[in-house]
Design a protein around this ligand. Sequence first.
Ligand SMILES: N[C@@H](CCC(=O)N[C@@H](CS)C(=O)NCC(=O)O)C(=O)O
Length: 213
Amino acid sequence: MLKIYAMQSSGNSYKVRLLLARLGLPFQLIDVDLLRGENRTPDFLMKNPEGRVPLLELPGGRYLPESNAILFYLADGTPLLPNDPLGRAETLRWMFFEQHSVDSSIGLARFWLKLVRGGRDLRTHDIDRWMEEGYAALGVMERHLARRPFIVDGTLSIADLALYAHTHVAQEGDFDLATFPHVRAWLARVAAQPGHVAMDWRPEYAAPRADSA
Ligand SMILES: N[C@@H](CCC(=O)N[C@@H](CS)C(=O)NCC(=O)O)C(=O)O
């Protein structure tokens, strides 16, 4: 069975649970508490030298980090990843955008402002940059989504799941989506798709969490 090393409240980890739930694939969830340094143990660093979650463990003992690489691998051959080269390239384009413009601003703002105790004081010097870059990214999505229901090709794809993960909780990083009506409508559209699960969803093969991180 597939194993996912993840932290429940991490947006990048949520992407993978969301995809696996949609695909109906069974998997074992292994919690890694970043706030307790469980991602920096020698054992975890052997699995992923970057010490980050999410991390996919495949049967046979191979490991794949990077949330969007995991999505791309798992969605291959499913309706959530186009078959044609241009459709695949468009999907990758938006997943790269997610990493360099959304994860690096909205994702980080939420991580430090919501999840890390005292994070607002620790990262005061970054907040203006996160706000500027995050609102710029929301503007890009707003213009793109003004003319289409989903990110690529008019149907739900892993590009939507990747962007949804951080965007639907942007307010937890101090972002206000009031002036982004197309983004809000798209968030509602993604959440209304069959098989959608919320961030707190856990699969059958998951140990109970010691706390509610
Ligand atoms: N580009 C990576 C980013 C992964 C990442 O930064 N994960 C965070 C949690 S959302 C993490 O593990 N942080 C711990 C650390 O960097 O030490 C991905 O998309 O998977």
